[in-house]
Design a protein around this ligand. Sequence first.
Ligand SMILES: [Fe+2]
Ligand SMILES: [Fe+2]
Length: 412
Amino acid sequence: MPNYSTATITQRHHNAIVDWQKKNFPELAILERRWDDHFKGQTPFQLVAKVGEAKTDTIDYGQYAGRRKFEHAKDMVGNMFFSSRDIIRAQCSTELGSIQQHRLTLDRAISDKGKFAVLRIMAEELRHAYQMFWVLDNDPSWKKPGLGDVAKQTIEELLSMELGGHVLDAFNIDFNDFLDNVTYATVIDLVGKYQLEMQQVFSYAPMARSMGPMLQEEAFHLGSGRTLLKEIGQMAARDEGDYSVEDMQRALNLWFPRGLEMFGNEHGGETAITFGFKDKTNGVAQAEYIEEVKGVVGNVNIALIQERNASFSREEARAVLDRVEKSGDPRQGVKPENLLRVPDVKFFRKRGAEDLIFQPYDVNGNLLVDSGSPISPDRYLTYLSTVLPPRFIGSREYDKYVGQMREFFSQN
Ligand SMILES: [Fe+2]
Ligand SMILES: [Fe+2]
């Protein structure tokens, strides 16, 4: 028995999201037709909201701790109303953006299994967008005098967002190859898991009730990303397939900094706790995330080592990995350049802690200097071109980064 009930949204908004799907995700029909070939025994996809139980009826954190969770948006006063709307809007934007991104390279999947995993991820992200629409649409009190129907305006704005216009940077980057689909499901969906987990305490009840069912689906996204990343790594170790370890490293260098920034400024996040929206500050959640990414990348490295050295047990491979990482030198035939490394938190940052943004840090977290001063923005761009995917260089989001960096240095 599922631990949630289902709900739909008003016909007008339901039709609007179905129209969006037909334009942005027509491949949903393929998934529906072939669901049993890949996911037999699992409940087929349905475009509905899933309403679970909130863990508690009361607000657990912040200035309203101990009171009942808010059932109606209108009861959230002052900044709280728009802050919660902004979180719902950002969440929904990530869901819709990710579908637009995955679709770009869906046809370059490494296998049928990989393709259907991504199709299912896309379908579930569509349902997550639907869920956020339900949060807005199900409560007639998302209105403000003089500002009209905030729910309707937000839904319409979300449906009109294209790649490049989404709320968070990670959801504006065009995918270039299937390695992006896979790295993204591993690194970016993982941030999603942290946000959903934190938002289980959300002081606005409909949001809190939405988190459990979304988290259950997110587990498939993370698992698919990790499995496929490992498979790509094993192929790379055998010199098979389209991607090398270097390609994998560059993809990780591209996505990980944007994942870090999805937490917001690492020194902030207190307001979300004060309003009872989340149970952790940005920095605390981000630190846990970094450790988890390191664990995932460690597992890929172990698979890479075992693929090249069939005689190594998992424990032996782990021991060799530790030694190579500590010394930076080859050990027992395993070279550092044949392994993946999680980039330093200071690398390629454009948001967050002020002492990091746009500063020329390399992937290891060293400030690149020339005769004692940090290298120029132009020289940093040259460095970036050696560590980021070649096709990202010169793309729309790359140009946006360059523009923002130049503006930053003209003002500082
Ligand atoms: Fe999602
Ligand atoms: Fe996801």
